[in-house]
Design a protein around this ligand. Structure first.
Ligand SMILES: Cc1cc2nc3c(=O)[nH]c(=O)nc-3n(C[C@H](O)[C@H](O)[C@H](O)COP(=O)(O)O)c2cc1C
Length: 302
């Protein structure tokens, strides 16, 4: 499947499929179903300085063609991650480590401690489930200070994961001006669901992040907008992917790498078939993956 190779900021991916942060945790269960060699890269669950229990349940509810989660960055914290988890991440795929905190100092500390374990580092500025109704990305000064602080500490490519609830072009501009190399479009979109019998919200926190097929067209449009504004900026397209055709659509809109979130948790056995499906399509069209990235901006496929 040589037609799937893509190099992003000097890192060679065997294929553009990367597992997104969260739904597959740190891979313990996931890699029982999928070989590391079948995906381009794996993003860890977001790691914070201190352990986090996350929000109180119920914190996942299925909605039409998607799901809402309000997990709230549950993770064991950097000490356990550094000593027990990071050394065991599989070698035969690119490793992306996702980090989150409250301040530039938090992010600097985390960067120093995870840098040696990863091929790329992902700064999560957009978790909808930590603060009541806001994300760090809403504060452009704080976002700048955080990204700049991490940039000073590593030469590894920095991904900034942005929020679909805010202007994606503006968030990308802030990230690029502060030293980010790649933009992840995007985290989940805020939503809610209510029980008509009880009149109560399904999620204890009321709101949660919408992911899954229901929101893929929204994210596709946002990927297209970011690519239009920054033609040379590598983008990760993330939202609602379940089949090879979805991956191809994201590439056409402008994504160099494509993330798989909820599907990696709901149907991990299906992940192995994705690369083969995209490769077969490209063969039929006599193209390589890199040739279709952003093709919608250049008049489409001939
Ligand atoms: C259960 C669950 C946990 C998640 N945890 C994280 C997380 O820790 N960090 C993060 O950046 N995104 C997290 N996300 C968001 C996903 O990485 C992704 O942005 C979102 O689910 C959209 O992709 P999808 O439609 O393929 O699921 C989580 C999503 C789900 C469903």
């Amino acid at each position: 499947m040589d037609n799937l190779k893509i190099t992003v900021k000097g890192v060679e991916f065997r294929n553009p499929i990367i597992i997104a942060s969260g739904p597959a945790g740190f891979g313990e269960e996931f890699f029982k179903y999928v070989l590391p060699s079948e995906i381009g890269g794996f993003t860890t669950k977001t790691v914070t300085l201190l352990p986090k229990e996350g929000n109180k349940p119920p914190r996942i509810v299925y909605v039409k063609n998607g799901l809402l989660n309000s997990i709230g960055l549950q993770n064991p914290g950097i000490d356990v991650f550094e000593s027990k988890i990071a050394p065991k991440l599989p070698d035969n795929t690119k490793k992306i480590i996702s980090i989150a905190g409250e301040s530039p100092d938090d992010f600097s500390n985390l960067t120093q401690r995870i840098e040696r374990f990863c091929d790329m580092l992902e700064i999560n500025l957009s978790c909808p489930n930590v603060h009541a109704n806001s994300v760090i990305a809403a504060d452009s000064k704080l976002s700048r200070d955080i990204i700049f602080a991490c940039r000073k500490l590593t030469n590894k490519p920095i991904i900034v994961k942005i929020s679909p609830d805010l202007n994606v072009v503006e968030q990308s501009r802030v990230a690029v001006e502060s030293g980010a190399d790649i933009i992840n479009v995007a985290n989940s979109l805020q939503g809610a669901k209510f029980n008509v019998e009880t009149g109560q919200p399904f999620l204890r926190k009321v709101n949660g992040g919408l992911s899954g097929p229901a929101f893929m067209p929204i994210i596709l449009w946002k990927v297209y907008q970011v690519k239009e504004a920054f033609p040379d900026l590598p983008i990760i397209g993330l939202g609602g992917v379940t089949c090879p055709k979805d991956i191809i659509e994201y590439a056409i809109a402008g994504a160099s790498l494509i993330g798989i979130g909820a599907e990696a948790m709901i149907n991990p056995k299906g992940i192995s078939a994705l690369a083969k499906g995209v490769s077969g399509f490209l063969k039929r069209k006599n193209l390589n993956f890199e040739e279709i990235v952003g093709i919608a901006h250049k008049g489409g496929l001939k």
